[in-house]
Design a binder for this molecule. Structure first.
Ligand SMILES: Nc1ncnc2c1ncn2[C@@H]1O[C@H](COP(=O)(O)OP(=O)(O)OP(=O)(O)O)[C@@H](O)[C@H]1O
Ligand SMILES: [Mg+2]
Length: 238
């Protein structure tokens, strides 16, 4: 089976600093895959380099059978691969609806309406709050908006950078149940998380990153049970 996303030997440097030291991993179509790791491990760099937002030093990034490294970000989005960035980055002075429409700007009017209805189905809260300035939404609502905005591009695959960051446990639970629902509608998910517990419970497949390298991989539930992972990422004592 060929993967939807296949990364081989990806190396990224910032100046003289090596952020990704030749990592390889893949995401099968239809799955939820997570990359977990501590601060500075290189998680965001991985997503940003896949989107063409930082130049890569070495390696290949294959998406849907095409090599996308070196491609324009806009073209990558048109191919159905989108990013929900770290820290949500909604436009605070625009309404919920205006933010959603920005996510669909590459679509025609008819598909914009279809996508909007789909987003409102997943997030009834966003429908209720369509008029509200995004900057006045709660943290959890802003995260929903960031995911909804990405879905407005009608993606085949969505990548999310730490969707649980700064949210209360109950809200994190809501966000992850929505991520599962999105996946059940056929969207492949690559999820970056420091919250290893919830990420590994949700994911079909997981990878552990440490300072620019992938050090472990396996089915989410297996990693959750791994002694090293328990000690380093789940706070268990030896
Ligand atoms: N624009 C940049 N210029 C220089 N160094 C950078 C830049 N962006 C990231 N780095 C460095 O690259 C390394 C990996 O950073 P990255 O943001 O990918 O980590 P991360 O795993 O997402 O961490 P966090 O969990 O804190 O978000 C870090 O050492 C960071 O300081
Ligand atoms: Mg990060």
């Amino acid at each position: 089976m060929s993967s939807l996303l296949d990364i081989q030997d990806l190396k990224v440097c910032y100046g003289g600093i090596v952020a990704l030291n030749g990592i390889s991993f893949s995401v099968e179509e239809g799955q939820i895959v997570t990359l977990i790791g501590a601060n500075g491990a290189g998680k965001s760099t991985t997503l940003r380099s896949i989107m063409g937002l930082v130049p890569i030093t070495n390696g290949t990034i294959m998406y849907n059978g095409e090599k996308i490294n070196g491609m324009d970000t806009r073209r990558i989005v048109q191919m159905g691969l989108v990013l929900v960035p770290e820290g949500r980055r909604v436009f605070p002075n625009l309404s919920t609806l205006e933010n959603l429409k920005i996510g669909g700007y590459l679509q025609d009017k008819a598909s914009e309406q279809r996508n909007l209805e789909r987003v409102y189905d997943l997030f009834p809260r966003l429908k209720e709050r369509y008029w509200q300035l995004a900057g006045t939404l709660s943290g959890g609502e802003q995260q929903m908006l960031a995911v909804g905005r990405a879905l407005m591009a009608n993606p085949k695959m969505i990548m999310m950078d730490e969707p649980s960051l700064g949210l209360a446990p109950l809200v994190v639970r809501d966000i992850f149940s929505i991520i599962k629902k999105v996946n059940e509608t056929g969207v492949t998910v690559l999820l970056i998380e420091q919250n290893a517990n919830v990420a590994l419970r949700t994911a079909h497949q997981g990878y552990v990153m440490e300072t620019g390298n992938i050090t472990m991989s396996g089915p989410g539930m297996e990693l959750l049970d791994n002694e090293e992972v328990k000690y380093a990422y789940l706070g268990k004592s030896r």
